[in-house]
Write a protein that binds this ligand. Structure first.
Ligand code: FAS
Ligand code: PHB
Length: 404
């Protein structure tokens, strides 16, 4: 077994791991990333598209914002449509200036990968049997296989950035972990196409037929979703059937502007709310999807990963720059406070905008009664400025919290 050393071992080269690695590098903190698949495989995942202000600022602090600033689209508002009636949430006006940026997760990940390679930082792709050890000690380490060789990576801290199906969360003993979960009775069928967006801003549409979302990646590339039953398979949906259903759910003007085309990618994602507490165990810190999952209705998944990264980055910088090791104990509490705000907002938006059919949608109500309660809630929040402000503040993202 070959022994190598670093200060921070990062498991996972998704956006969490790459962004953390870049920020630590900027502070002169040595880190190595261990990734299970190839870089191309990571880039092949079509995921998020909306960046909160805090995420944008963090990418700039990491020194990787050039393409995002050049190609990302600033969105000052977002539309919530209810049975064809549009309600524009003026994000900038209601939050005193905050906005969101439309720039794909794939692009952010690509930019971070390129910056890491340019800085000559080590990312070990196609690693296997990755396993954290002695995380409660001051000398934790990670073992793994890579290119036919066995490795022991000795470090001070381990950042578990390895997503929902990773190894890090399982390293926290089951008797220590509390896991909260809500699995929704429907999924999202997503389609990516090289067609111009049907509207300049995003449209979250609630209709009698179910939820739909009109999003975008650029002026020439669109991203759309429709709510589908969990029993649906992606092969059940031809491109034509998707476009027809999408037009029936979006407001009339957007449907009329719709430019259809062949799908570049089409997939069904299940929706769940999930939180693991605590988000740390000894010198192991869970970051991003390794610790929490949200339904994408609030555009929070990637953005909550970013706020975890910001918290851990600030704490580790204090450890190495000021010798303040004790501040590591604050990570889980600070991260979870913002995670739960994002979880609640995403759960709330999902409840208000989807049709629950017969499923018991929560509070012991049958689906149709629950849906009626939620329609009334949505009606109140959309038709009162204070209600729109609540949505706007959460959508642009609550402020990040600094360690004490
Ligand atoms: P990731 O899962 O992205 O990355 C984890 C990395 O760890 C992966 O590269 C994986 O290969 C690696 N890994 C796993 N196990 C390992 C092991 N044992 N050893 C080494 N490496 C290991 N969020 C939004 O904000 N908006 C959206 O619209 C949205 N849509 C989504 C659609 C889908 C289908 C999915 C699945 C997620 C979506 N998300 C969305 C959430 C998503 O963007 C995540 O929040 C984001 O990828 C989180 O990044 P990471 O925490 O880096 O986790
Ligand atoms: C996307 O563009 O993929 C997207 C945007 C906003 C969401 C969910 C997904 O809430």
């Amino acid at each position: 077994m070959k022994t190598i050393k670093t200060q921070v071992a990062i498991i996972g080269a998704g956006p969490s791991g790459l962004l953390l690695g870049q920020l630590l590098h900027k502070q002169g903190i040595d880190n190595i990333i261990i990734e299970r698949v190839t870089g191309d495989y990571v880039l092949g995942r079509i995921r998020a598209g909306i960046l909160e202000q805090g995420f944008v600022d963090l990418v700039r602090e990491a020194g990787v914002a050039e393409r995002m600033d050049a190609e990302g689209h600033v969105h000052e508002g977002v539309v919530i449509s209810v049975n064809g009636q549009d309600h524009r949430i003026n994000l900038k006006e209601l939050t005193g200036g905050d906005v969101v940026v439309c720039y794909g997760q794939v692009e952010i990940t690509r930019d971070l990968m390129e910056a890491r390679a340019a800085a000559g930082l080590e990312t070990l792709y196609e690693a296997s049997e990755v396993q954290p050890h002695d995380v409660k000690s001051d000398s934790p380490y990670v073992t793994f296989s890579h290119a036919g060789e066995e490795f022991r990576l000795e470090c001070d801290y381990i950042a578990g950035c390895d997503g929902f199906h990773g190894v890090s969360r399982q390293t926290i003993p089951a008797e220590i972990r509390t896991e909260h979960e809500r699995v929704y009775p429907f999924g999202w069928l997503g389609l990516l196409a090289d067609t111009p967006p049907c509207h300049e801003e995003l449209i979250y549409a609630k209709s009698e037929r179910g939820f739909a979302l009109a999003s975008q990646r650029s002026a020439t590339r669109s991203r759309y979703y429709i709510q589908v039953p969990l029993t649906d398979k992606v092969e059940d949906w031809s491109d034509e059937a998707f476009w027809d259903e999408l037009k029936k759910r979006l407001p009339p003007e957007a449907a009329a502007n719709m430019v259809t085309g062949p799908s570049l990618e089409k997939s069904i994602a299940p929706l769940r709310s999930f939180v693991c507490e605590p988000m740390q165990y000894g010198n192991l810190f869970l970051v991003g999807d390794a610790a929490h999952i949200v339904p994408p209705t609030g555009a929070k998944g990637l953005n909550l990963a970013a706020s975890d990264v910001a918290t851990l980055y600030k704490i580790l910088t204090r450890v190495y720059k000021q010798g303040d090791k004790d501040c590591t104990s604050q990570y889980s509490e600070i991260a979870l406070r913002r995670v739960w705000h994002g979880e609640r907002f995403s759960w709330w938006m999902t409840n208000m905008l989807h049709n629950f059919g017969e499923e018991i949608g929560g509070n012991g109500l049958d689906g149709q009664t629950f849906t009626r309660f939620m329609e009334s809630e949505l009606d109140y929040f959309l038709n009162h400025e204070n209600g729109r402000r609540v949505i706007a503040e959460q959508y642009v993202g609550l402020p990040y919290e600094d360690p004490k």
